[in-house]
Design a protein around this ligand. Structure first.
Ligand SMILES: Cc1ncc(COP(=O)(O)O)c(C=O)c1O
Length: 416
């Protein structure tokens, strides 16, 4: 088990453009709602940050280190041109990479002496991770869940409730912002950007702490536990990846796997691997978005961030990969994309789900709808290897399982 998290800030090719406080109020919002240590780490230039013992103990409890598996039957289907290694974040208790940072955020919130934490969730992966982390640190959690998912995806809601969290459909009548939106449209289906604004407002007004599930530097740093484990596991396997691939909602699981491998390349200035991130073609912020200052939330309460974005007012279509329905990309990942260090692709739900089915049949694991969007990249890499008459080693972020998303797969695939 790694004893430190990795922070990419000191190794970036140029300084990260800072957050912008246009309203003159948004930095005060951050200071009030974020756990103080999370805020400090957000701007820290320490390369390695010691993981508190209390967090390590809970990492062990929830299934860390997670396995790194080789997918030989899938390799066969791709013509044996790629050796594929998958970092299985699906093997944690809540079924995704989200618990890796939830434990850290909630631990730091508890240290500040708060009674409760708030957060937003789309399909419920992040919400269930925060709910479990809160249970393990004995804090109350209030989760604002995108209204459409609250009704359409009850199982993660039940999981959160089982862990003791209060789950509110967003927009809700608990906040001023939610009440305004419900007045305009009582059937409002909600979005992640709206749920963030509500979670922040609720924490502000009731002296709670808000925990952020992606995008920001501190969240990615906490999640690098996965990439640091994978670095060691690849070393033990005697392998070195030529490609590192994964999916991007806000960017955290992909960055968390890729950054510890990138460290050596960024520090030496010698490029060695290719990094490819995939998103949803229905929410094409990476391939059609602009690298610009934009709000991370729809209510425009938080400071603007420089990132690839298709606009904080963009209301994403109701694709089932709820975690990819976010309008922006983490500022550190956006900077690396703007420099050509990380490439991007977008795939439709239809194409990704075909790969999810193939993967389920070759490997036995059901990928989360989000995770399935990484799989089409494997075909592109295998084709390239074939055209160059070589083989490549690929490391994949298997960000979560889809066992609670089977109804969504069934609908698209027409299962009776
Ligand atoms: C399983 C899974 N993968 C990927 C994502 C995308 O988020 P991020 O890019 O922050 O890892 C999510 C977000 O909800 C998710 O639940």
């Amino acid at each position: 088990m790694p004893k430190n998290w990795y922070n990419i800030l000191p190794d970036l090719p140029e300084p990260l453009p800072p957050p912008l406080d246009e309203s003159g109020k948004s930095f005060d919002v951050l200071k009030t709602v974020l756990p103080s240590e999370v805020l400090r780490l957000e701007f820290s230039n320490e390369r390695y940050v010691k993981i508190p013992e209390e967090v390590i103990e809970r990492y062990l409890q929830i299934g860390r280190p997670t396995p790194l598996i080789r997918t030989r039957r899938l390799e066969e289907k791709l013509g044996n041109r790629v050796k594929i290694f998958m970092k299985m974040e699906s093997h944690t208790y809540t079924g995704s990479h989200k618990i890796n940072s939830a434990l850290a955020h909630v631990y730091f919130a508890k240290k500040d002496g708060t009674d409760f934490v708030t957060t937003e969730t789309g399909a419920g992966q992040w919400g269930s991770a925060v709910s479990l982390a809160s249970a393990l640190f004995e804090l109350k959690a209030h989760v604002f869940m995108v209204r459409a998912s609250f009704f359409a995806k009850p199982y993660r809601k039940y999981l959160m409730q089982m862990y003791g969290a209060d789950v509110h459909p967003s927009p809700s009548d608990l906040t001023e912002f939610g009440r305004k939106l419900l007045k305009e449209n009582p059937e409002h289906s909600g979005s992640l950007g709206i749920a963030i604004s509500e979670a922040v407002e609720y924490a502000m007004k009731n002296s709670g702490k808000y925990v952020v599930g992606s995008v920001v530097n501190s969240d990615i740093m906490f999640k690098t536990i996965a990439g640091l484990e994978a670095r060691k596991q690849m070393e033990i396997a005697g392998e070195d990846p030529d490609f590192i691939i994964g999916v991007v909602g806000g960017g955290s699981n992909y960055a968390a796997l890729a950054y510890p491998f990138m460290e050596e390349e960024l520090r030496s200035g010698k490029r060695k691997r290719r990094y490819i991130a995939a998103g949803s073609a229905e929410v094409p912020k990476m391939t059609k978005g602009v690298y610009q200052y934009d709000y991370p939330d729809t209510g425009k309460v938080l400071p603007k961030l420089k990132m690839y974005s298709i606009g904080s007012d963009f209301i994403p279509p109701p694709v089932y990969a709820g975690g990819l329905r976010y309008h922006g990309v983490a500022p550190t990942l956006s900077l690396l994309m703007s420099k050509g260090i990380v490439e991007s692709r977008d795939y439709t739900q239809e194409e990704s789900f075909k790969w999810a089915k193939l993967f389920s049949q070759t490997e036995g694991w059901i990928p989360a709808p989000e995770t399935s969007h990484a799989l089409p990249i494997l075909k592109e890499i295998a084709d390239e290897a074939k055209s160059k008459n070589t083989t490549y080693t690929v490391l994949v972020s298997f960000s979560g399982h889809g066992l609670l998303d089977l109804a969504n797969y069934a609908e698209i695939m027409g299962f009776k």
